[in-house]
Design a protein around this ligand. Structure first.
Ligand code: AGP
Length: 606
């Protein structure tokens, strides 16, 4: 996510804005910038890369001013670059805007403004906002901002300075957080509380649709109808570390609970909810190219590989396409047969994993078309692949991947559906029904995550279990692998994942009284087989923890339900209780949840 800061008061703004941006670095970013007002002029300084680059830019070309805004950018539209970094201004440079969020209809707004004679310099959705507000401005910044809000769709936290009002800061909140803070004759704004803590602890998180107008005299809040709203400052007594986690004890838990929003952002990027269609312009390969494909190879490492296994199953089931999921470190050295009518899908949250990069280059060298699924705009896979499907999970700080993985599942689900339609395996009516179900996933995910007490209690009672087995069939086998990896990597508990039908071919010898077996039973067509496998292990004393769809009868020692959902879309929900289970076991064991021993967030070496 991007980071926003703002200041107005008697002091020079640059040091305060830079301090605030430094407090937001933990969120991840690829460029930064400031806009200040001085003598009625808006001055902008911005630089690609770390904050030090912006500091150098300010040393070379200082800027004065006691009113300004600052921004750290996490790219979603347009690669990381100086021109794409914020703030963005209108052509005259009279209004500057910094933004966190996604303007979903920016292309149609851009088209309209271009017809009005506006020329654009960047590839970003945010620049459209600056031009739109300027286009609507007729002397009253608040009126122009409100009119712009009526035209914009999507999520946005905006901070705005206007040359005509040098002693005023404006900010708006819709879906992306924004906080204002009171000082003594000075006021602050930020996308997150850590940026404010050095200056004030009296804050007010704006609500959706609200506008705040900050001057040295105070802060005026307007409600979603433009009416003045009396607000009471809230006293924040968090320390900085807690504030960076949004009040959560760990980044991992914060990111687990960010998943519904990550799902909404990702689905909005690829699905037109009005027409229940996939945005064709966002998908790789046209229908003709898809029909010419003979096979899809999905290649990745770790959790991303587990996503690839789900993608494989969905491509086979929905699109009728032969598909293989490969571990990148094996793929790169195997005599794998790749032909030009193969499609290679590389999946990587960081976009920098060495084995995955090598596998991608091998596939390209063999003439296959490569599609990258990644969470980082401008990452190496995004630059070298033929096409890119971005997950819009926002920065993932915890080493254990959660929201990046589940948004990979969503993107792969949409790719499989897109290909199924192109190959005529699914008609428009079936596709609309499946998309409608997919659009319900964010709310269903909130339901699953709301039931964490049962999971936390089970984990706290059984955290000292020495080995835990995960079993599943079909899609649930891929989820069993992911659930097992989560438990291993953050709680250091030995765990194994097995295709449930494989247990009796050896591993069942390890099951003894009290062994915890996590049985994933979300696939209706395989439920009877799973019941048999559960009986096999219960007969040997196992304590079975079952994850199943609500309403499906499954007898177990402990049961965690997910809402009813088409079996193809179950994985995104099934993994949620598994993430929480691993998290609470790790917490009970006193492990370093966000930075587990021996692990790195991105494995950039072999
Ligand atoms: C995820 O929980 C693990 N930390 C790890 O398996 C990770 O998924 C793997 O290293 C691949 O990383 P990538 O997605 O950045 O390529």
């Amino acid at each position: 996510m991007c980071g926003i800061v703002g200041y107005i008061g008697p002091r020079q703004a640059v040091p305060i804005l830079m301090e605030g941006l430094a407090r937001l670095e933990y969120r991840g970013y690829d460029s930064a910038g400031l806009a200040l007002i001085h003598g009625g002029q808006v001055s902008v300084r911005k630089a690609k890369g770390r904050l030090d680059n912006l500091r150098s830019c300010l040393q070379d070309d200082p800027v004065q001013g006691t009113c300004g805004v600052g921004h750290t950018r996490w790219a979603t539209h347009g690669e990381p670059s100086q021109i794409n970094s914020h703030p963005h201004t209108d052509v005259q440079g009279s209004i500057a805007v910094v933004h966190n969020g996604i303007i979903e209809n920016y292309e149609s707004l851009k088209e309209y403004l271009a017809q009005c004679g506006v020329t654009f310099r960047s590839q970003t959705d945010t620049e459209v906002v600056a031009h739109l507000i300027h286009h609507l401005y007729q002397g009253d910044p608040v009126a122009a901002i409100r009119q712009a809000m009526h035209r914009m769709q999507g999520s946005y936290a905006l901070a705005i300075v206007c040359g005509d009002t040098p002693d005023t800061l404006f900010c708006v909140r819709k879906d992306s957080p924004l906080v204002v803070g009171w000082g003594d004759g000075e006021q602050f704004l930020a996308s997150d509380i850590p940026a404010m803590l050095p200056f004030t602890r009296d804050v007010y998180p704006l609500e959706d649709g609200e506008i705040a107008v900050l001057t040295t005299a105070g802060i005026r809040v307007l409600d979603a109808f433009g009416q003045p709203k009396d607000v009471t400052p809230q006293r924040v007594d968090w320390d900085v570390a807690a504030a960076e986690k949004g009040g959560y004890p760990h980044f991992m838990l914060k990111e687990i609970y960010e998943q519904p929003k990550a799902f909404r952002d990702t689905l909005h990027a690829y699905v037109d909810a009005q027409t229940l269609t996939i945005r064709q312009e966002r998908m790789p390969l046209d229908a003709q190219a898809i029909r010419a494909l003979s096979r899809v190879k999905l290649v990745a490492c770790g959790t991303a590989y587990h996503a690839g296994m789900v993608g494989k199953a969905l491509l086979e089931r929905l699109a009728g396409l032969p598909a293989e999921a490969d571990i990148a470190s094996e793929f790169r050295y195997r005599d794998v047969q790749i032909t030009p009518d193969d499609l290679c899908v590389v999946i990587s949250q960081s976009g920098e994993t060495a084995d995955t990069l090598a596998a991608m280059r091998k596939a390209k060298q063999a003439g296959a078309r490569v599609v990258a699924v990644t969470n980082v705009v401008g990452s190496t896979v995004s630059r070298e692949a033929d096409d890119v499907l971005y997950t819009l999970a926002g920065p993932e700080i915890a080493v254990a991947s959660t929201k990046a993985y589940t948004t990979q599942l969503l993107v792969l689900s949409l790719l499989a559906l897109h290909m199924a339609q192109a190959r005529g395996n699914i008609d428009e009516t079936q596709a609309r029904a499946l998309l409608a179900d997919l659009l319900r996933i964010p709310e269903q995910a909130e339901q699953v995550l709301a039931n964490r007490e049962r999971i936390q209690r089970f984990a706290s009672l059984h955290y000292d279990q020495h080995n835990v087995y995960y079993i599943g069939r079909g899609l649930d086998w891929a989820l069993a692998l992911e659930g097992s990896l989560k438990l291993k990597e953050i709680s250091y508990t030995f765990s194994e994942a097995y295709a449930a039908g494989e247990l009796k071919h050896g591993t069942i010898a390890l099951i003894e009284p009290g062994t915890v077996v996590v049985a994933l039973c979300t696939q209706p067509a395989l439920l009877d087989k799973m019941r048999s496998n559960i009986e096999e292990v219960r007969a040997r004393g196992a304590r079975v923890l079952c994850v199943a769809q609500q309403g499906l009868p499954m007898d177990a020692f402990e049961r965690w339900d997910i809402p009813q959902v088409p079996p193809e879309w179950a994985p995104v929900l099934t993994v949620l209780p598994l993430q929480l289970y691993a998290y609470y076991v790790a917490v009970a064991k006193g492990c370093d949840v966000d930075k587990p021993r021996n692990l790195a967030k991105s494995v950039t070496v072999e």
